[in-house]
Design a protein around this ligand. Structure first.
Ligand SMILES: *Cc1c(COP(=O)(O)O)cnc(C)c1O
Length: 487
């Protein structure tokens, strides 16, 4: 692939600037002034358009490819919500406007969206209040753990040091607990994919600050002992944290607030179709019950008796700000529009279809791949490529094969407690035809692992980068064309 600098032809122009209205003798201190012309590529507009359009197509995205990445819930984002988020009344608001004279009047619509969104989230999850500020699921976890810490501090629970987390948890759970200052205790899973209750009982003592759980778990199964788990944690005044990344499977059928949880986050980019994107944007609203409400971040939107909305900062026990202003407002608008579009019945149907699709794929694939937990799954299922690995074809090789088939690979090597893991989540937005095509390709990979296992080392053949050193790529990122070689 040619880089844009390699397309450069001396003297070629794509755009001409008008005459500068900045005085040419503007006083830029000499040490800041450029001594030579900037090394810019000289290309036409068409060169630039083709270059960047081509680059954009080298990426897999939910708009271009089937994307069954387990745990990530890569569902389609309907374009309707994009057009709502772009309405000038939302997109052009300055975040300081509500605090300026007369500004509150101009932001009533925006404040109402935040207020109603909070109410709806409470209704769907069984919690008392939400903060919409956190900028991602992981950020919501940290916020929730800060609320947990504030609770213990206020109650004088000085011994609290540990947060209990099942071994199937997403890596962000222990990371967030560590950042919040807690040590973590991992609880192994039982043979059904649930939490090992005996191990939990052994770990619970008055130093336990709380427990973080994902339901359905990252194995895609429901935790049937949840009432007992909540009772154990509450018996030592611990806080029950619900990681809501998998809420897509439960929406409208079961509410975390009714299951014994005290605090949760929602990943709007997983459950309510706002874009996922390279670590952001996202939104991770955090819901709490009455125990934790007074610690919520400021500001909070309130409704006056006259029906108008305003921002309230007067919460003396609040943990303060966790994000600038009101969080990722444009994403919250998208989540709101999505809820409005689907309505109650639509949202319930969403979870029915997410679970149906996941079970469809699980049933079709379990003849060919080793299924970890042979029971009804929720929104995703976990396989192991151990049979294929015995032939020399590992989960990563199957992932690379799928890339050449124009399919984004499922999550591989997670959950870490499963060897050769492949976690598959089709989401509710995929058709039977798309899933059948995926199954066909997975069967093809299995057959090929029997007849020609060594060919997998050549995959992917269709990508500009084939098999990068993933650790080095993450640790030693070079994003600039001109970056001098590090030595
Ligand atoms: C995605 C995910 C997270 C983290 O959410 P982000 O929005 O990516 O920060 C946490 N837990 C689980 C189970 C997840 O799937």
């Amino acid at each position: 692939m040619q880089l844009i600098f390699e397309r450069s032809v001396q003297g070629r122009r794509g755009f001409r600037f008008g005459d500068s209205d900045v005085p040419t003798k503007a006083q830029v201190p000499l040490k800041y002034a450029r001594q030579e012309d900037a090394p810019l590529p000289e290309v036409s507009e068409l060169d630039a358009v083709r270059h960047y359009t081509h680059l954009s197509q080298l990426n897999f995205s939910i708009d271009t490819h089937f994307y069954p990445l387990g745990s990530c819930t890569m569902k389609y984002n309907p374009k309707f919500t994009e057009s709502i988020a772009r309405l000038a009344g939302f997109a052009d608001l300055h975040p300081l406007l509500p605090q300026l004279a007369g500004g509150e009047k101009l932001t009533q619509g925006a404040l109402e969206v935040l207020y109603e969104l909070e109410q709806w989230m409470c209704e769907m999850t069984g919690f008392k209040a939400f903060t919409l500020q956190p900028l991602a699921g992981a950020h919501g976890e940290l916020t929730g753990l800060m609320l947990m810490a504030a609770y213990h501090k206020t109650k004088g629970n000085t011994k609290k040091r540990y947060v209990i987390i099942p071994d199937s948890a997403h890596g962000t759970n222990p990371a967030s607990a560590a950042i919040a200052g807690y040590q973590t205790v991992a609880i192994p899973s039982n043979k059904n994919g649930g939490m090992d209750l005996e191990a939990l009982k052994a770990a619970v003592n008055d130093e336990v600050a709380g427990l973080m759980m994902t339901i359905p778990s990252t194995y895609g199964v429901f935790e049937s002992n949840i009432e007992e788990i909540a009772r154990l944690i509450h018996s030592v005044d611990g806080i029950m944290y619900y990681d809501g990344a998998n809420l897509n499977a439960m929406l409208g059928r079961c509410r975390p607030g009714d299951l014994g949880f005290d605090v949760m986050h929602i990943n709007t980019h997983k459950t309510f179709t706002t874009p996922h994107g390279g670590g952001g944007p996202g939104a991770g609203p955090v819901g709490v019950n009455a125990k934790l409400e007074k610690f919520l971040p400021i500001s909070r939107v309130i409704k006056r008796s006259g029906g108008t909305f305003t921002l309230n900062y007067d919460y003396p026990d609040s943990i303060g700000y966790v994000a600038s202003f009101y969080g990722n407002f444009a994403l919250l608008v998208r989540a709101y529009a999505y809820m409005l579009m689907l309505g109650q019945e639509g949202l319930i149907e969403t979870s029915h279809h997410a679970v149906l699709n996941a079970n469809y794929l699980m049933t079709k694939l379990k003849k060919h791949y080793k299924l970890c937990f042979d029971r009804l799954c929720m929104h995703e299922s976990v396989f192991s490529a151990s049979r294929q690995a015995a032939r020399g074809v590992h989960a990563i090789d199957i992932a690379k094969f799928l890339i050449d088939q124009q399919i984004h690979p499922p999550t591989v090597y997670f959950p870490i407690s499963v060897s050769e893991a492949m976690m598959i989540e089709p989401t509710e937005t995929e058709s039977k035809q798309t899933m059948d095509h995926f199954v066909e390709k997975m069967i093809e990979a299995d057959e090929l692992s029997k007849t020609n296992p060594s060919i997998f080392k050549e995959f992917p053949k269709t990508m500009p980068i084939s098999r990068p050193d993933e650790v080095k790529a993450a640790r030693d990122v070079k994003i600039s064309y001109f970056l001098p070689d590090a030595d």
